[in-house]
Ligand binder design. Structure first.
Ligand SMILES: Cc1cc2nc3c(=O)[nH]c(=O)nc-3n(C[C@H](O)[C@H](O)[C@H](O)COP(=O)(O)OP(=O)(O)OC[C@H]3O[C@@H](n4cnc5c(N)ncnc54)[C@H](O)[C@@H]3O)c2cc1C
Length: 385
């Protein structure tokens, strides 16, 4: 791993930052508050090759890796436009299909995911399983060569704007016990697939939904990868998801710190700008250090993942997601404090980041489940559950 980004990587970072600056947080909040999607931003990012930068070139992607995709996520987020569907569509689904899909599945889905003309949601979470994915009960039974899926999912982001959803279920043969996931791509216009919106207190143009699979009939080729060995296939997508969760949080942290620094440099209530007071400058310096440290772990995770070290990437991706979540929550909190009353106004837009920053502690895997993973896997401690 080099600490120096290549000329290509630097150019990509600059190009994404320049595109995202043309939209910025005002655009993002305006769309969110009026119940619209960020279609223009999504389409432009797709057209410029940013969404599919990690996907194979032969299917229309950029042929780079998670390092580059996390860079795209970080820069968009740092500009105030952290798009959740970037975590889901190219990072989880694009990776799983391009690694384990059939030739037909790759040809059908990857070019569209890469250029943004297809958005694919991802559904693993279930109301009664929560963090314990081994308890999921969405079940696929065979009917001739077809599959019939039945179950319920919750907190599924962006299914309303997606053309398809990758659903994690289990086959009837593996209905109980430790999860042997079976992954299915379902076009969102398939009969029997329905959803209702969950009202969230997050200012976001992307919404969450309860999803109902009511005897959804699918052809044999809806199954992605093997129906048996899919835990490795699932994690091929979940490590990128954690890296992207970290990238989003690093971007939110940078965004908050920048806002606060700009403000405290000029705001003056005594003889000097308030940024001269160490009561404000030291916590912001601390926030900056924490965000930079989290970014370093995110870059390590992406580098390991791109090098094919899945085990090393899993530990680093979890640690990066944890560190970035904590750093961004603290940075946003300090940014609100630094702006005083303006920190809570709509005009300055920093209060809107408060609940959004908390998301990084909860999803895609909670702070506590990461601490469990590190305690057990890295430290060899016994589990409590
Ligand atoms: C905005 C948003 C978007 C999302 N998007 C998606 C999506 O697109 N697709 C999808 O599939 N899911 C999505 N999710 C779901 C998300 O992944 C889950 O919310 C998350 O995994 C936590 O599960 P839960 O909410 O059921 O919490 P629970 O599992 O009920 O946990 C509640 C609390 O208990 C703690 N806890 C649970 N078990 C333990 C333990 N053993 N030890 C210590 N503490 C424990 C947790 O850490 C947490 O603090 C989204 C969630 C949100 C909020």
């Amino acid at each position: 791993m080099s600490f120096i980004e290549t000329e290509e990587q630097k150019a990509l970072r600059q190009a994404v930052a320049a595109m995202a600056a043309n939209y910025g947080q005002d655009y993002y909040l305006e769309k969110a508050r009026s119940g619209q999607h960020t279609t223009e931003l999504w389409n432009e990012a797709g057209k410029l090759g940013f969404i599919g930068v990690n996907l194979p070139e032969e299917y229309g992607g950029g042929g780079a890796g998670m390092y580059e995709l996390s860079m795209v996520m970080e820069e968009m987020s740092a500009a105030g436009s952290a798009l959740l569907m970037m975590v889901v569509s190219p990072a989880i689904n694009g990776t799983i299909i391009s690694k384990f899909g059939t030739e037909e599945q790759k040809k059908r889905w990857i070019p569209g995911i890469a250029d943004g003309s297809i958005t694919m949601a991802f559904a693993i979470t279930e109301p009664d399983a929560g963090s314990n994915s081994h308890r999921i009960t969405t079940t696929a039974r065979r009917d001739g060569s077809d599959w019939i899926l039945k179950g319920q999912k919750t907190f599924i982001s962006g299914i309303d704007q997606a053309q398809a959803v990758l659903v994690v279920g289990r086959t009837e043969d593996h209905k109980t016990g430790n999860l042997k996931p079976a992954l299915f791509v379902i076009p969102t216009d398939t009969p029997g697939l329905n959803w209702t919106k969950i009202e969230m207190e997050i200012v976001s143009p992307e919404s969450q939904f309860q999803v109902f699979l009511d005897d959804v009939r699918l052809p044999a080729d809806a199954l992605v990868g093997s129906e048996d060995a899919a835990i490795a296939q699932l994690f091929a997508g979940l490590n990128p998801e954690r890296i992207m969760g970290a990238a989003s949080a690093v971007g939110v942290g940078r965004f908050a710190i920048n806002k606060a620094v700009d403000y405290v440099k000029t705001r003056q209530v005594w003889k000097v700008p308030i940024g001269s007071h160490q009561g404000l400058s030291h916590p912001l310096a601390q926030n900056h250090i924490e965000v930079e440290l989290a970014k370093l772990m995110m870059q390590k995770a992406a580098t390991l993942y791109d090098a094919g070290d899945d085990f090393g990437a899993a530990e680093a991706a979890n640690m990066a997601k944890y560190a970035a979540g904590e750093a961004s929550v603290r940075a946003v909190d300090q940014a609100v404090q630094s702006l005083g009353g303006n920190g809570l106004t709509k005009e300055y837009g920093i209060a809107a980041a408060v609940t959004a920053s908390k998301l990084a502690r909860i999803a895609p895997v909670s702070r506590e489940m990461i601490l469990n993973f590190v305690a057990q896997t890295s430290l060899g401690l016994p589990r409590s559950y």
